[in-house]
Write a protein that binds this ligand. Structure first.
Ligand code: NAD
Ligand code: ZN
Ligand code: ZN
Length: 389
């Protein structure tokens, strides 16, 4: 079969590789009808996250048809149409039983390695580093789905791939980021990043009834899409993020702040000018991560910082004293996809939201290597790429 494989920094290739086979009686094989490239894939493409090996199959956003099931797979049958969550869940461990699917204790088969690197490893993830299990991904014609009875969302034929594909990651990710903010009807929510995840944060914050939603980025077409979803936008190249956020909140700052950027953070000028204005006797740090620092400084006391943005390794020079003295709550994590999908599928069926709005590029799988670059470098007004094997 054809699959997009990792061969090093900036080097994804469409290779011919062996088809996957059932390895465990709880597995299923899915024939992929659509898959997508995620901002999280870019961390591997940029080689910000270790533990990748030559030839690893990329991709954790995919859906398709079940073509084979293992002997112990009871809930799935050949012919079922499924979206596959990016987190592999056993469904039986203590964390899964509590709905904490992204920290499933059994699905990461390299748990020990992951524990050493992360302190405590995540669940197994498709198409990601060997620290999270080294499972082959779904940017391919076929994929093996471990723990298939619990790692799937059945979707009705009445909805197109484009409408349901993002149930596997970015829609629940935006949703969880906003739910974690515990939105009140009087809240202002500020969202850093208008990439695909930021877009779903904007839509989710509107659906969950925030009074004012603000989205920050520097890419005009991404800001336009956020505005179309109901956000006030701030271009961080053109204006001071902290000043604008103060203006929009009567000088008090947003109650809820979301980092939908993660490892990609580029320098924003506003932090520097904030330091100038406050004439603080602190060293001016120009290293990353700017977004986390901006959020800590601007968030209203007793507010919430929600961080769906992915980080790896150490994050240094955070103003932790401000976080503590302002009494802020910090919430983060990989998404517990299965916790949200019933509700979100119902909302799609009811027409509350059509997630296909975010797609700007639909291409053949073979075009994947080019599309990684187009997506990362935001060429051709690219916001979200869907690939068809
Ligand atoms: P993306 O790279 O397309 O979007 C990131 C956006 O942030 C870009 O539009 C960029 O211009 C903007 N940006 C960069 N620096 C900024 C700054 N200083 N201020 C404001 N905006 C800035 O990626 P995406 O697909 O939208 O994903 C966003 C993040 O969410 C990534 O870190 C990804 O790994 C993460 N993610 C997490 C989960 C999870 O389970 N927690 C799931 C999916 C994605
Ligand atoms: Zn993703
Ligand atoms: Zn589990």
């Amino acid at each position: 079969m054809k699959a997009l494989c990792w061969h090093g920094k900036n080097d994804i290739r469409c290779d011919t590789v062996p088809d996957p086979a059932i390895e465990d009686p709880r597995d299923a094989i899915v024939k992929v009808s659509s898959c997508a490239i995620c901002g999280s894939d870019l961390h591997l493409y940029n080689h910000f996250i270790p533990g990748m090996e030559h030839g690893d199959i990329m991709g954790h956003e995919f859906m398709g048809e079940v073509v084979e099931v293992g002997a112990d797979t009871k809930k799935l049958k050949v012919g079922d149409r499924v979206v596959v969550p990016f987190t592999i869940v056993c469904g039986e461990c203590e964390q899964c039983r509590r709905g904490n699917f992204s920290v499933c204790e059994r699905s990461n088969r390299n748990r020990e390695l992951g524990d050493k690197a992360f302190g405590h490893a995540t669940a197994g993830l498709f198409g990601y580093t060997h620290l999270t299990g080294g499972y082959a991904g779904g940017q391919a014609e076929y994929v093996r789905v471990p723990f298939a009875d619990t790692t799937h969302v059945k979707v009705p034929d009445s909805l197109s791939d484009e409408q349901v594909l993002f149930l596997g990651d970015i829609f629940p990710t935006g949703w969880q980021a906003v739910v974690q903010c515990d939105i009140q009807p009087t809240d202002t929510v500020a969202i850093w990043g208008a990439g695909p995840v930021g877009q779903f944060c904007v839509r989710s914050a509107v659906l969950l009834g925030a009074r004012q939603v603000i989205c920050i980025d520097r890419v005009p077409e991404r800001l336009s899409m956020a505005a179309a979803g109901g956000a006030i936008t701030i271009d961080f190249d053109e204006e001071s993020v902290l000043e604008r956020l103060q203006e929009l909140t009567q000088g008090k700052g947003p109650e809820k702040c979301i980092d939908a950027v993660g490892l990609e953070a580029h320098a924003s000028r506003s932090l520097d000018s904030m330091y100038d204005r406050a004439k603080q006797a602190v060293m001016l740090e120009t290293d990353r991560p700017h977004v986390l620092r901006e959020m800590i400084y601007v968030c209203r006391p007793a507010g919430v910082l929600s961080v769906p943005g992915v980080y790896g390794g150490l994050v240094d020079k955070l103003p932790f004293g401000a976080l503590m003295n302002k009494g802020l709550t910090l919430r983060t994590g990989q998404t517990h996809v299965g916790r949200w999908t019933d509700d979100l599928l119902r909302r799609i069926e009811e027409g509350q939201i059509d997630p296909s709005f975010v797609i700007t590029h639909s291409m053949r799988l073979e075009q994947g290597p080019d599309m990684y670059r187009v997506f990362r470098d935001k060429l051709d007004n690219c916001i979200k790429v869907v690939l068809k094997p």
